[in-house]
Design a protein around this ligand. Structure first.
Ligand SMILES: [Mg+2]
Length: 397
């Protein structure tokens, strides 16, 4: 079998209405900034594979086009070999972080899809078989109303994000949902959030019994993670902005987190995700892939992986999403009582509707402002500004 062509499909995705600061102010496609990038690999035997890349999709589209030249004519079944070939090819660009890894991710995912289809078996079977038939999800909520709606739908865990009055917001959520649902917080690790403030905030949140506190500071601050871990009695989670086994290694190797959260669309593909999960397993660290910017194909890849690894915690899901998500792919995975059934069709078991993708051309891929972390807000990039608001955002009921 040989690779004969690789094509990309880039689209503008609408913003979910309850997704928090990263998109809450952009509720139409025209002003939103989420892009989804899909990759299709074509073979001389008529089998095609589908993959998805997050990590700055508009830039990654060009990276995939560059990598295509070294993949045409190759046998798509030798996934590890092709992964290593791509890695060496982008070495001269400095490895390129999640952008380079994002490009390799979509290609790698499509190769696993091809292998599964060629062998007429689901990807989870190639990964060692199933430990579970359904995967638990968690959704996003920042108000008691949304949390209770999700609870009524059967969702069993919710996460609130952002630093707008976080103590009051989380106390309100816990009071609304009671103790039967899991509750998490994502501080999004903005560069201006100091370690001292993250510790102060964590201590205020300790009584709420959170399942984890995510990205308390920027992921590069590994020593800060060690300080926060020693000072705050809440499990820590991180990893969505990092890629490959080498990017995630410091968090895992130094036991700085309890939950590792690589993004299925940009961490280096199923090939890398499986290895990252194994590294985490050796440290007793749970695995909960990041979503958010992620589209529906990468979500499928996450379901196959979470079915096959022992330390699967949960899948993040933007549960109240843009309606277009269900137009773009077939079949559409549904959350039932807080779980998604693991797909059983050969390969990943999903494909995109190219005509639907073409209906939503990419217009923008960075936020324009108004969010918590954007220029022009009270918490703008200057560190001292967050400290002026410290008393405000540390306040509770
Ligand atoms: Mg996050």
């Amino acid at each position: 079998m040989k690779i004969i062509d690789i094509k990309t499909f880039l689209m503008q995705a609408g913003s979910p209405p309850n997704s928090g600061a990263w998109a809450a102010n952009f509720d139409t496609i025209a002003t939103g900034w989420r892009n989804w990038l899909f990759v299709k690999i074509y073979t001389d035997e008529g089998i095609t594979g589908i993959g998805e890349c997050s990590g700055w999709p508009r830039v990654i589209e060009t990276a995939v086009a560059d990598l295509k030249s070294i993949l045409i004519g190759e046998d798509p079944r030798h996934i590890e070999r092709l992964w290593q070939k791509m890695q060496v090819a982008i070495m001269g660009h400095g490895m390129s972080g999640v952008v380079g890894a994002g490009a390799m991710t979509g290609i790698d995912m499509a190769l696993w899809d091809i292998k599964g289809k060629a062998l007429n078996t689901p990807v989870w079977n190639l990964l060692g078989g199933k430990l579970r038939d359904k995967v638990r999800i968690y959704a996003h909520a920042s108000t008691p109303e949304v949390a209770l709606q999700l609870k009524a739908e059967g969702v069993t865990a919710i996460k609130a994000g952002g630093l707008k009055d976080p103590v009051r917001m989380l106390e309100g959520l816990r009071a609304a949902i009671g103790d039967e649902m899991d509750l998490m917080v994502d501080l999004h690790g903005p560069p201006w959030l100091t370690t001292a403030d993250a510790i102060a905030l964590g201590r205020r949140l300790e009584p709420l019994g959170l399942m984890f506190m995510e990205d308390p500071v920027a992921p590069e601050q590994t020593d800060a993670y060690a300080r926060i871990r020693d000072a705050v009695a809440i499990p820590l989670a991180a990893g969505e902005r990092l890629a490959t086994i080498w990017g995630l290694r410091p968090l895992i190797e130094r036991d700085l987190v309890d939950v590792v959260q690589p993004d299925t669309g940009r961490a280096g593909g199923i090939t890398q995700m499986k290895k990252i999960a194994a590294m985490a397993e050796a440290h007793g660290i749970m695995f909960a892939p990041h979503s958010g910017s992620l589209g529906p194909v990468a979500e499928y890849a996450a379901l196959h992986l979470l079915a096959a690894i022992p330390n699967a915690l949960m899948l993040e899901r933007v549960e109240i999403d843009w309606a277009g998500r269900s137009e773009v792919i077939t079949p559409v995975p549904r959350t039932v009582d807080g779980f998604i059934t693991v797909p059983d069709a050969p390969g990943l078991g999903v494909d995109i509707d190219e005509a639907v993708v073409a209906k939503y051309p990419s217009a923008r891929n960075v936020g324009l402002g108004k969010g918590d972390y954007a220029a022009g807000t009270a918490d703008e990039y200057v560190y001292v500004q967050s400290r002026l608001g410290r008393r405000r955002w540390l306040a509770g009921e």
